[in-house]
Ligand binder design. Structure first.
Ligand code: 5GP
Ligand code: MG
Ligand code: MG
Length: 183
């Protein structure tokens, strides 16, 4: 599949599965008490977080509900500007709910920073973030991220939900693209 397009594998399917199980244990531990009377609400950011969100939901040994949001950040195809527009909002009110944002990757952190402010203003009981991947720049930004799968180098990656021009989302692992693909 996609012969020759992938230059290297950064995170294997096994790595993803093991890390998701590990994060699920931590999250279940942190939320078991708080979510005894109301289910944890996972908010996935479309489309990139879809694979991680569904695997995480199945790995979590506690009841969760799923909501999705789609946002577009103005900027080039490979970097974001922090100016965000809602393409699809949540279907439900999150007031007094325990909300966990599920992200594919945090790069500049601008999208997430905007999203946190936006969701915080809706009055959730709590708000936290779980991301599968994090790039070096994100560490410099002051955005609280409670659960991080993998810190990766500053390279453009695809697979497991992440795209380049809408392709490669269906790869079961995370890899880097051969520069010839951009050309
Ligand atoms: P941020 O606002 O943190 O700079 O950007 C976050 C969004 O940019 C991610 O949700 C993702 O859509 C996109 N993005 C950032 N880095 C990458 C990358 O390496 N590969 C892909 N496919 N998308 C990325
Ligand atoms: Mg994302
Ligand atoms: Mg994209």
């Amino acid at each position: 599949m996609y012969d020759g397009d992938i230059a290297s594998t950064l995170v294997t399917e096994d790595d993803i599965r093991a890390k998701t199980a590990e994060l699920a244990v931590r999250i279940a531990d942190d939320y078991a008490e708080r979510c005894a009377t109301s289910d944890l609400l996972l908010v996935g950011v479309l489309k990139g977080a879809v694979m991680f969100m569904t695997d995480l939901a199945r790995a979590l040994p506690l009841p969760v509900q799923l909501e999705f949001m789609a946002v577009s950040s103005y900027g080039s195809a490979t970097s974001s500007s922090g100016v965000v527009r809602i393409l699809k909002d949540l279907d439900r009110d999150i007031a007094d709910r325990h909300v966990l944002i599920v992200e594919d990757i945090i790069d500049s952190g601008l999208t997430l920073s905007w999203l946190l402010k936006n969701l915080e203003s809706r009055g959730p009981a709590s708000l936290a973030v779980c991301t599968l991947l994090r790039k070096p720049d994100a560490v410099k930004v002051d955005v609280p991220v409670q659960y991080v799968g993998f810190d990766i180098p500053n390279e453009f990656v695809v697979g497991y939900g992440l795209d380049y021009a809408e392709r490669y989302r269906d790869l079961p692992f995370i890899g880097t693209l051969d520069p010839a693909v951009y050309a």
